[in-house]
Every structure is written in C-alpha cells, then in structure tokens.
Design a binder for this molecule. Structure first.
Ligand SMILES: [Zn+2]
Length: 489
C-alpha cells in the first residue's frame, strides 16, 4: 500500500524488525509474540509452584492461554504413540498452504516435564524435543541462459537465469551453479526444465534437470576461456574447482573489492551501497579504493537522487571510516583467505600495516592459525607493487594504518585459554562473542586443533564440531556455558 517492496519472508521480517533501533518503527510492524515454553516458575512467596498443570508441557501452554498469552494452544496436540505423532505431522504438512502463516515444520516434545528434566540436553539442544521439517519447497522452471560473474577474487561463477518462479515467499530468477564441476555433475543445459528447491532461508539451488522433458534443442553450458569483463585469459589453478581471472586490474574485481572494502564487517561505510559504487565506477567517479576518500562531491550532487542530506551522510560516513581499527582495514583489503579472525591476528602482530612488507613467509606462518596457504597469500599481497602503492595512498589520505591497541589483554578470567565459535549463537553476534574473549584475556583460534581449549557451538554447527569431538582435550560448550565462564570470579 505504501509502495514499498514487501519483506522477503516472515522470519527476516520479524528478526529484522526486532533489531531496529527505533521502537516506534518496530511498533508499526505489528509483531506478535507467541509463547511456547515456560522455563522457570516461582510463586509469590518464592516457593516452587505446586500447580499440577505445570507438570506437563501441554498444561503449561493451557495455563499461558488462560492467562491471556498467545500460545499454540489450539495447534498443539498430546499424542500417546509415535504413529499418532507421524499422522498429526502429515496432516499439518498437508494443510500447510492453507495456514494463515508460514511454517517449515513442527516440533515434537516429551510432554512430561519431569522426564524432560531427566533427559536433559546436549551442548546445543534439549534431548526431549526434536523438529520435524516439512519437505523443502520445490518448483520447476526453465533455464533460459547462463551468465558468468566475476567475483572479488576473480573467481568465475556461472549463474543460471531462469523463468521467474515463486518458492516459499520469494521470486527466484537467478541461481548460482557454483563451478564447472557442479555443472558437469548435474548435466544441466540451457533450455532445460529444471527442478528448483529452496529450504528455509537457504539460497535456492537447482536439484536436477528434468531430462525426460528434453526436446533435443537444449544446449550444453560452455565456459568462457576469457574473462567476460576484461577479456584476459582465464586460468584454472591447480586443485581448485573454479576458473579465475587473475588480472588484478579487472574491472569486475575492482568494483567487488570496493564493495567489500566499505562493507559492514570491513570499513563499515554506511550509506554507501553497492548500487552507488557501481554507478560511481561507471561514471568514472571512483576507480579504486583510495578514491573513496577523494570523491568529487560537486559532480555527485549533480546526479539524480543525491540531495544535500544524502551527500552529507555519505561524506560523514567516509570521514569516520578513516579511524576504523586496523583489523577492519586489513579485512577490507580483501586479501585472499584472510577473514575477520585472521585479520584480527594480523592487526595484533604489527605496529603499522606496512610492517608486513618485511615479514618472511616463516614469520607469517608463526602467527596463530596462519597456515602455508594463508601465509603465502598474505606474503604475495604485500609484495605486489600495486598493493603497496594503494596502501601508501590510503596513508597519505589519513586512513589509520597503525595498530592503536597493540597491548593485548592477557589478564582476565579467561586466562589465555583458547576459543573458537561455530554455528549461530542464540543471543550474541559472532563478533561480540569474539570481542568478549579478547576483553577477558582469552585467545581466538581460527580452526580446530589440539591447541584449542573451548569450542563454543551454536545452532547448525558444522564440521568444526565433528573435528572437535575427535580431540578429547577440547571442551565443547554452549553460549550459556561460555557466558558463565566470563562471570566466574
Ligand atoms: Zn577479468
């Protein structure tokens, strides 16, 4: 009604709304809270409640409902055997499309609270509850064309353009095919009818072509031998699945590098979105990273959509970024294999960014969690004339290249113990959790090894957890337990 694009899906709408700073805006979103669990009960005089209805999960939901809270009181069902559970789940999945809300599954819980307590929980989920996920949503569409995109590091990604298809709340028009191996393995062809799947918040992907619908006119996907943007010859590095453009001045890569440099986790120059970067680049107003700091605002003000206010905002954001801590700058430089954690390690190892010119490969490898591959990439970066020139330009433009907080906190409750995080934590952002470790005298590692003391696991923990389980000295803990460590005297 307001002419604004609808929110992509309910989950993002809700979590995005809650993160907004202005409560008045949040209020307009008409969020609803639906309670599904009581964690702890106390009566007025501080005694544990003796109310029998709280001995079961269903009783607790009933009580909440009677008190006027929204709960799944009408949807929940107490079932006495697994056949009943399966039947009820299937019934719900069948009416999924007719429900007034989006759901992707159901949760099956042990109803008896005392049994729940006896079953307890693992480090990341209770043993008395399990999710039953509905089938991922699938749809068919036609593969019209394949475009080849050049990433920040020069990787060439085939992107399938398909006829627009609506799957679980979003319209999908393009889907990454990742690399030549995937294309070969799936044998997708231009003109194919393809089966597209999207589960939860996962990016959509092509399951397979429906070969029985082929007419014989489908065309194989041919990878280019030259960069679609700069026309340099592409290479396929040993042991890698992707084709790469290795021309450091390739325009596509320059734009992607600038976008990465200003991004939230790097220099965090807000109000400088990717669309504007592309626009400025095409208009020759911005050709490389240092030029962010010498933008011609006079010319920009002549562009459509740039009022005084947006120019002032942009100017201020760019100016503020000059004092970002060194690790953000290092991350922003987009050195291959250097993520946020490695950037932090690197920032701590020097007084000034250009000190890295003098680092040998061995010295780099001696840094915590820097292996041969990463060290090689960093070494190469700081031995390329173009990169050094760029860094010196940034220096002369007043960007902070110094490590301003070199003194590492070694005192603190965590007492030099090492930590690694995996999966999404229930309350803390990854960066917040890592900051807490450092503030309290702990150390961060980038991978699972025998040097690791604690692996803090969140939801959807992956291979790091599997690895850690094989090393008995590593303690696998939850966010809650991690926070407890911090509060211990
Ligand atoms: Zn190129």
């Amino acid at each position: 009604e307001q002419g604004i694009a609808p929110l992509a899906n309910p989950r993002n709408a809700a979590s995005g709304s809650l993160r907004m700073k202005d409560p008045m805006v949040v209020r307009k979103r008409s969020l609803e809270a639906i309670l599904y669990h009581i964690s702890y009960v106390e009566t007025v005089n501080g005694q544990r409640s003796t109310d029998n209805s709280l001995n079961s999960h269903s009783g607790a939901l009933e009580m909440l409902w009677q008190l006027g809270f929204k709960t799944p009181a009408k949807e929940k069902k107490v079932l006495l055997d697994i056949e009943g559970v399966i039947k009820y789940c299937n019934e719900f999945e069948k009416k999924r499309e007719d429900l007034p809300y989006e759901i992707d599954g159901m949760v099956i819980k042990v109803n008896n609270v005392e049994l729940q307590q006896r079953m307890g929980s693992t480090t990341h989920h209770p043993r008395w509850a399990i999710a039953f996920k509905f089938k991922a949503r699938q749809a068919t569409s036609k593969l019209i064309n394949v475009e080849f995109q050049v990433g920040r590091t020069g990787s060439i990604t085939p992107v399938a353009k398909i006829e627009p298809v609506h799957i679980s709340g979003v319209t999908v028009t393009s889907i990454s095919l990742f690399n030549p191996d995937v294309v070969k393995e799936k044998d997708v062809r231009i003109g194919d009818t393809v089966l597209v799947e999207r589960a939860g918040d996962v990016i959509p992907y092509i399951v397979k072509p429906l070969t029985e619908l082929r007419t014989g006119k489908e065309k194989k996907i041919i990878f280019p031998s030259n960069c679609p943007v700069c026309n340099d010859e592409l290479v396929k590095p040993e042991g890698e699945a992707v084709l790469r453009c290795v021309n450091i001045n390739c325009k596509a890569q320059v734009v992607e590098r600038i976008i990465h440099f200003v991004s939230k986790d790097a220099m965090d120059i807000r109000s400088f979105g990717a669309a504007n970067i592309v626009k400025f680049f095409e208009l020759d107003l911005l050709k490389d990273i240092p030029e962010i700091y010498t933008l011609n605002y006079q010319k920009i003000s002549e562009l459509e959509g740039f009022g005084q206010r947006s120019i002032d905002n942009l100017k201020a954001a760019i100016e503020n970024s000059k004092q970002q801590p060194l690790q953000r700058l290092i991350f922003g430089l987009g050195i291959r294999y250097v993520g946020e954690t490695t950037a932090r390690t690197l920032a701590k190892a020097v007084d000034h960014l250009l000190d890295f010119e003098k680092f040998s490969l061995e010295e780099l490898q001696n840094l915590e969690d820097v292996g041969i591959k990463v060290a090689g990439s960093i070494y190469q970066f700081f031995h390329l004339e173009d990169n050094i020139t760029m860094i010196k330009k940034l220096d002369s433009l007043g960007i902070n290249l110094k490590n301003t907080n070199k003194k590492v906190e070694t005192k603190g409750v965590l007492n030099q113990q090492t930590f690694l995080f995996t999966g999404s934590l229930p309350t803390l952002k990854r960066s917040e959790a890592e900051e807490l470790v450092e503030k309290n005298g702990g150390k961060l590692l980038g991978s699972v090894s025998s040097k690791l003391n604690f692996l803090v696991v969140g939801e959807d923990a992956g291979s790091k957890l599997d690895k850690a389980k094989k090393i008995s000295s590593i303690k696998v803990i939850s966010e809650e337990e991690f926070l407890k460590l911090l509060s211990e005297p």
